[in-house]
Design a protein around this ligand. Structure first.
Ligand code: PGA
Length: 254
């Protein structure tokens, strides 16, 4: 599996601004091969970005999805709708969604199941907040998020899933903006990997699951973080709004 670098533009950029940034990235990143690069703009910018990155080495992702195909679910979007724009990936369970929209592990589990049934690759975000880390609960939080979000999910050899480990307190806009010590990130990665092999066969975990790190990743720190065992890429927020910085991050992961 190629390394995967995902830009999460969150609720920034109007559709025309998003298209401009995508165009810039398309030019800067055109020589990047053997790396999967994904842009996740907001819903309203999916169309404009999709037109820019069509037939390039950049794929499209969404920041959220609902688990039903259609119906009275005001404000939500279905997998089918997102696929019409060319989305191949969708972020689920981002800490912003958990925090402001009260998404639970149970809801996230339904989203993951719907994604896999609908042929979309889910990017499951997990991570402890500062209080949980201080109280020594980080390991338990990761374990419960993984087991509850992935409950009854049997990954088929043709399916992929991405786990983005993002300690909430390390996210630039919602936390302290501090980057975690590399040794602590490694410890969390070991734990996530161990939990995954408790859930699924080893070959599935090694061939169909990519584990990413997210939280204040930039061009500099990504070089250090890319040495982590089992890391397969990054989920990038703030730094992905700057094409040069995003390109540096991409260069740093092998
Ligand atoms: P950040 O955001 O890179 O700005 O910390 C990461 C994220 O929220 O996914």
């Amino acid at each position: 599996m190629n390394p995967l670098i995902i830009a999460n533009w969150k609720m920034n950029l109007r559709p025309n601004q998003a298209a401009d940034l995508a165009l810039d990235m398309k030019k800067i990143l055109k020589k990047e091969v053997n790396k999967d690069i994904v842009i996740c703009p907001s819903f309203t910018a999916l169309d404009s970005v999709s037109n820019v990155i069509k037939k390039t080495n950049i794929s499209l992702g969404a920041q959220n999805v609902f688990w039903k195909d259609s119906g009275a679910f005001t404000g939500e979007e279905s997998i089918k709708n997102l696929k019409e724009f060319g989305c191949e990936y969708v972020i689920v369970g981002h800490s912003d969604r958990r925090r402001y929209f009260y998404e639970t592990n149970e809801m996230i589990n339904k989203k993951i199941s719907a994604c896999l049934d609908g042929g979309m690759t889910p990017v499951l975000c997990i991570g402890e907040n500062m209080e949980e880390r201080r109280e020594g609960k980080a390991e338990h939080v990761l374990w419960s998020q993984l087991t509850e979000c992935l409950k009854n999910i049997d990954l088929m050899p043709s399916e992929q899933i991405v786990i983005a480990y993002e300690p909430v307190w390390a996210i630039s806009t919602s936390g302290t903006g501090q980057v975690m010590e590399v040794s602590d990130v490694q410890r969390s990665f070991n734990l996530v990997y161990q939990n995954l092999i408790d859930l699924w066969p080893l070959t599935i975990v090694n061939n169909n699951v990519r584990i990413l790190y997210g939280g204040s990743v930039d061009g500099q720190i990504s070089a250090e973080l890319s040495n982590i065992d089992k890391i397969k890429g990054f989920l990038v927020g703030g730094a992905s709004l700057d094409s040069q910085e995003f390109a540096k991050i991409i260069k740093n992961i092998q």
